[in-house]
Design a protein around this ligand. Structure first.
Ligand code: URP
Ligand code: ZN
Ligand code: ZN
Ligand code: ZN
Length: 473
């Protein structure tokens, strides 16, 4: 077992920042020390095997991205990052834990779909990983299976009000799954868009000849996100299940979440960098077929309507509880291109697992959120909500030594000259110039990114068995 001292940096937690040194013993954090403190009478720098100089840097818990889809079969193709390439990209971006989604399709037992996802990820990941379970077929057997999954460390379940014929659940199925989640104390995650109404609008748009990527956005209007969010909140209220609404992009949906939270209901909102930075007009509305790069659901929203600024505001109020990427990358070539002439055939998803920490740090630079809130929404709260705290999401004795040395004086150019490591032939954030830089990344005590290079290996990342969490406001 080797010891590492991270010395001279500012340790940032969700509640404060302090000049502190961090002593790592093997895979875990052994001590957090005032500068100059001794350990058993000795200068820790003199006895540690390695000393990492963090002077001028922020020392933060490794990022926890609670929403990714590595190599997910979707839209007639498969997300282009494997667990190997996607988790390596995550590492480069300062994310040391992902929670991906095992997908149950109709006729398959949830236990078997989870086993299939274990198979895909085992021995491949650069960083630690957990699974949520998508329940795509709510049956008596699936509901029974949920209890077994909780025992195996899969303590959250995603349902879809969108994608009829694929993952869609009707209200009765949603109600039953929520009752089961409430009984188990598990977290119910919801893709909240009214998929039945959307499918009609999509068909009408195509019939009118509105086939460009832009019309993906206009056929999924905010009203159908607000409506579904409200319905999910009410169904959760009836059942007592805690509800986590994923990838919220409409300000009106967040208003629903904020109102329910204001009344004390256990409802949580997740958003993603794409909804904070990108828009219907600028990206989805790009000339020709370019907009396909940003086809995802929920869709990017209108900047003229002010969704982005409102999402930032809700990040400050706490009604957006966490920021995940919904990393679901597809290349333009052969994948997004499937939808030339018909936006409904463009596979839905944006890749961004590598950029979340940097993009959200811009919120600190721009004065939209505090340094502590940055760590909270990117690291601590996702760890807590998904039953991994205090093993993940905080720098404290006994926690896994997942640590990022973040250089606020550094600079990161996104997407230019092939600077990203995701398996994508474009970047959704091409041209973004970031103040800040991920310098060094440790995963369970091992330096996996340092000196600008990758020092990790596939299979270092382990499956995280997650606990049930209380999920309280
Ligand atoms: O467009 C998206 N979000 N693709 C990933 C699947 C999902 O709905 O999260
Ligand atoms: Zn979704
Ligand atoms: Zn997703
Ligand atoms: Zn640097």
């Amino acid at each position: 077992m080797s010891t590492i001292l991270v010395r001279g940096g500012t340790v940032v937690s969700a509640t404060g920042s302090q000049l502190l040194d961090v002593l790592i013993d093997g895979e875990t954090i052994a001590a957090v020390l005032r500068p100059g403190a001794t350990v058993l009478g000795a200068d820790p720098a003199a006895v540690a095997d390695t000393v990492l100089d963090a002077t001028g840097k922020y020392v933060i818990p490794g990022g926890v991205d609670g929403h990714t889809h590595m190599q997910m079969p979707f839209g007639g193709t498969e997300a282009s990052d494997t667990f190997e390439t996607g988790t390596r990209a995550a590492a480069f971006g300062g994310t040391t834990t992902i929670v991906d989604f095992a997908v149950q399709t109709p006729g398959v037992r949830v236990q078997d779909s989870l086993a299939a996802w274990h198979e895909k990820a085992a021995g491949k990941c650069a960083v630690d990983y957990g699974f949520h379970q998508i329940v795509g077929d709510v049956t008596d057997e699936s509901l029974k299976g949920m209890a077994e999954l909780v025992d195996e460390g899969v303590t959250s379940f995603k349902l879809f009000m969108a994608y009829p014929g694929v993952f869609y659940s009707d209200d009765g199925k949603i109600l039953r799954a929520m009752q089961t989640a409430a009984d188990l104390g598990a977290l119910l995650m919801m893709h909240a868009e009214n998929g039945i109404a959307i499918d009609v609008l999509v068909e009408q748009a195509l019939r009118r000849g509105d086939t460009a990527p832009y019309f993906h956005g206009t056929s999924r209007p905010w009203q159908l996100e607000e409506e579904a969010t409200h319905r999910a909140i009410m169904l959760a209220h009836v059942t007592g299940a805690p509800l986590y609404v994923v990838h919220v992009s409409a300000k009106q949906a967040l208003e629903q979440i904020a109102e329910a939270r204001g009344k004390g209901q256990n409802v949580f909102g997740e958003t993603c960098p794409q909804y904070l930075y990108l828009s219907l007009e600028e990206q989805l509305g790009a000339p020709g077929f370019e907009g396909a790069k940003w086809v995802c659901s929920t869709p990017l929203r209108s900047r003229a309507e002010g969704h982005q600024d409102e999402l930032w505001r809700y990040l400050r109020t706490g009604d957006v509880t966490s920021v995940a990427t919904d990393h679901c990358p597809f290349c333009m070539k052969d994948q997004k291109e499937m939808g030339i002439g018909d936006f409904s055939k463009i596979p839905n998803g944006i890749g961004g697992v590598e950029h979340r920490m940097d993009l959200m740090f811009q919120g600190v630079v721009d004065g939209r959120i505090s340094l502590e809130r940055w760590v909270d929404v990117c690291c601590t709260t996702p760890a807590r909500m998904f039953g991994m705290y205090p093993r993940k999401g905080i720098i404290t004795p006994g926690a896994d030594a997942d640590i990022v040395l973040y250089d606020p004086a550094g600079h990161t150019s996104i997407g230019l000259g092939g600077t990203h490591h995701m398996n994508m032939d474009y970047s959704a954030y091409e041209g973004f110039e970031i103040d800040g830089h991920v310098d060094t990344v440790l995963s369970r005590g091992r330096v996996i990114v340092g000196d600008g290079g990758y020092l990790g290996s596939p299979g270092h990342g382990r499956f995280v068995r997650r606990e049930l969490s209380q999920n309280l406001l």
